[in-house]
Design a protein around this ligand. Structure first.
Ligand code: ADP
Length: 637
């Protein structure tokens, strides 16, 4: 039979599995059992509307079988099964949008030793190759006439051929590897070991996991046993259900350990790290439901892409209705994972979703509040965890502010965190406000790529000197966020670039106006020389010791302009109105002024020089770096 080849990505993953770089090989069993459970869910769901299935809820099961002589471990289910085509698509390729990112991640990790990307990418089925040198899948799809056998010994490809199977379902037959120096693979042929693994990872699986367990018992004493009869032992087999099957979310929180929650989360949502927080809800009222929610500690690889689907698993009285019900989560909390179980929605909800919007709305509104409460608790009681959370998902909350602030203001405002000049820790707006100086007129912020650089901006000098704190906005979305929020605790949020960032007394104002008047000739000269490269030149009211800086007039800041350029969203007219600000008290300005009066050629050079310096300080590209260095050199002569 002709061997078919795996697609490239799959091949790489197979290599990974076969060479077993993953330390917890035992998780293969959990992966296969959860696949079986999913397949059962699918058929159970079908059975609700299709009498042809002919199975009741109690008939669905998973079977494990060990054959020591043949060295096989088999995982069977009577679930939905796979057609030949599905076998090909599901097992022959990693048919996932994530495959590209997977490859990238692999490239990054290559040579990096142990790698944990398996959990991250949910390459479940392939994990079988960590312990097996040959994997056979016999599957019959529900509704199909015949069955198919898929077989592979690893990277050299796989075969598919027709075969027999009495009813719909799947058998995954693992031929267990011979024992090696580092790993005793025979442990996976030991019934007690398998039993423990099921208890450890799959106890809550809602279908019974059966296994024939061989046990010993004392032989019954024969009636005619002699005086000195020695009791004998015999072995017998007994069908045993290995798991307790109670869904974790149905158990009261006090009866469940954090470890169980963590394991459930990792297993169900394909993470390899425990969640940062676990939220349980047991609600009774207009809509009754139980919810078990998790806040992950890492950004899923596709989180900020269109591929990521938000949503919670929705169960109705223990039956899975929808894997990712988006209506249960607001967009700004789309990182939350979890399960909602309610008897108050009927089973064919995915087809008649509209009828249930009211119930879903009630649940989602409640959950949103619970999530908020938990996040606030983390922020207060476990700041380090909150920081981890913030690093992973803070951007999403800021998007929430920008996109729908009117509606979500109260929900989001106190969750925001920013770097600031106060310390190397992030600060919330409320914490900032508490620290504010009595005479401080505004909450200040500066936008740019890097906090260290921002702290050295000429514009920051006077503000910092007054003991006022500056928030450092280092993410693209930040400034948009600030413009949406506008004020906090009755005080305006202000860019340090703003002309009146530091309010002036009447005298100061007057003095500033006079200075501008006095230097009008210099300013006009600058505007004339620099042409449309700047919109204006002015005597600065925000500089202290530095001679020059660049700011922008109007709603579009320099950082926003950079953002639009970077993302290609820039349209005609989307440039900032650049303002060259000069410090009239600086020596450089004095030199410029003298030159304007006596040597126009030299003055032109000075104008160029100051303009370029302002660009550099604002982290804006020089239009002609070579010309700039020539200019500097020519002035050194
Ligand atoms: P995942 O479970 O994360 O989708 P897997 O590689 O474990 O990834 O499985 C790939 C696909 O193969 C599954 O999504 C499912 O469609 C199919 N599959 C795996 N095991 C079974 C099974 N026991 N019964 C039916 N389909 C299965």
């Amino acid at each position: 039979m002709a061997k078919k080849q795996f697609k490239t990505e799959s091949k790489r993953i197979l290599d990974l599995m076969i060479n077993s770089i993953y330390t917890h090989k035992e998780i293969f069993l959990r992966e296969l059992i959860s696949n079986a459970s999913d397949a059962l869910d699918k058929l159970a769901y079908k059975a609700l509307t299709d009498d042809g299935v002919g199975l009741n809820r109690g008939d669905f099961r998973i079977d494990l079988a060990i054959d020591k002589d043949a060295r096989t471990l088999t995982v069977s289910d009577n679930g939905i099964g796979m057609t030949a085509e599905e076998l090909e698509n599901n097992l022959g390729v990693i048919a996932r949008s994530g495959s590209l990112q997977f490859k990238e991640q692999m490239a990054k990790e290559e040579g990096g030793g142990d790698t944990d990307i398996i959990g991250q990418f949910g390459v479940g089925f392939y994990s079988a190759f960590m312990v097996a040198d040959q994997v056979t899948v016999i599957s019959r799809a529900y509704g199909a006439d015949g069955a198919c056998r898929w077989q592979s010994s690893g990277a050299d490809g796989y075969t598919i051929e027709p075969c027999e199977r009495a009813a719909a379902g799947t058998d995954i037959i693992l031929h267990i590897k011979p024992d090696g120096e580092e790993e005793q693979y025979s442990q996976y042929l030991d019934q007690n070991r398998i039993e423990r693994l099921v208890k450890k990872y799959s106890d809550y699986i809602r279908y019974p996991i059966h296994m024939e367990m061989t046990r010993e018992r004392m032989k019954e004493k024969p009636a005619d046993a002699p005086e000195d009869y020695k009791s004998e032992w015999e072995s017998y087999t007994e069908d045993t259900v290995l798991n307790s099957m109670v869904p974790l979310w149905q158990r009261p929180r006090k009866d469940v350990t954090q470890e169980e929650y963590d394991r459930f989360y990792e297993d169900k949502f394909g993470d390899f790290e425990a969640p940062l927080a676990t939220i349980t809800v047991d609600a009774e009222g207009t809509v009754s439901y139980k919810a078990l929610l998790f806040i992950p500690g890492r950004t899923p690889y596709d989180f900020y892409t269109r591929e990521y689907e938000k949503g919670l698993q929705l169960y109705s009285s223990g039956v899975l209705i929808m894997d990712k019900c988006p209506d249960l989560l607001p967009e700004h909390f789309r990182f939350v994972k979890g399960v909602v179980d309610t008897p108050d929605v009927s089973l064919n909800i995915s087809r008649e979703l509209l009828q249930h919007t009211r119930q879903l709305k009630v649940i989602s509104t409640n959950l949103e509040k619970k999530i908020k409460v938990e996040l606030v608790r983390l922020q207060k009681d476990e700041p380090e965890k909150y920081e981890t959370f913030w690093k992973a998902f803070g951007r999403q909350l800021k998007y929430g502010v920008v996109s729908d602030y009117g509606v979500h203001k109260d929900m989001l405002l106190d969750l925001l965190m920013f770097p600031s000049s106060h310390s190397d820790k992030l600060t919330s707006l409320a914490q900032y406000q508490e620290r504010m100086k009595e005479d401080q007129p505004f909450l200040y912020y500066a936008a740019g790529e890097d906090a260290g650089r921002l702290s050295k901006l000429p514009q920051a000098e006077r503000i910092l000197e007054k003991g006022y704190e500056i928030l450092y906005l280092t993410e693209d979305v930040d400034e948009f966020c600030m413009q949406t929020i506008r004020e906090f605790g009755g005080k305006e949020l202000k860019s340090i670039n703003d002309e009146d960032a530091l309010p002036e007394s009447e005298e100061e104002k007057k003095a500033a106006e006079e200075k501008s008047e006095e230097n009008k000739a210099v300013l006009d000269f600058l505007k004339e020389t620099l042409g449309d490269r700047i919109a204006d030149a002015r005597i600065s009211r925000i500089l202290k010791s530095h001679p020059v800086c660049m700011t922008a007039d109007g709603p579009l800041s320099l950082e926003m302009e950079k953002y639009f350029k970077r993302t290609g969203e820039s349209m005609a007219g989307m440039s900032a109105r650049r303002v060259l600000e000069l410090n009239a008290d600086s020596e450089a300005f004095a030199a410029l002024k003298r030159a304007v009066e006596s040597d126009r050629e030299l003055a032109k050079k000075y104008a160029e020089l100051l303009y370029c310096q302002a660009l550099l300080i604002a982290d804006l590209p020089l239009e002609d770096p070579a010309a700039y260095t020539d200019l500097v050199c020519s002035l050194m002569k």
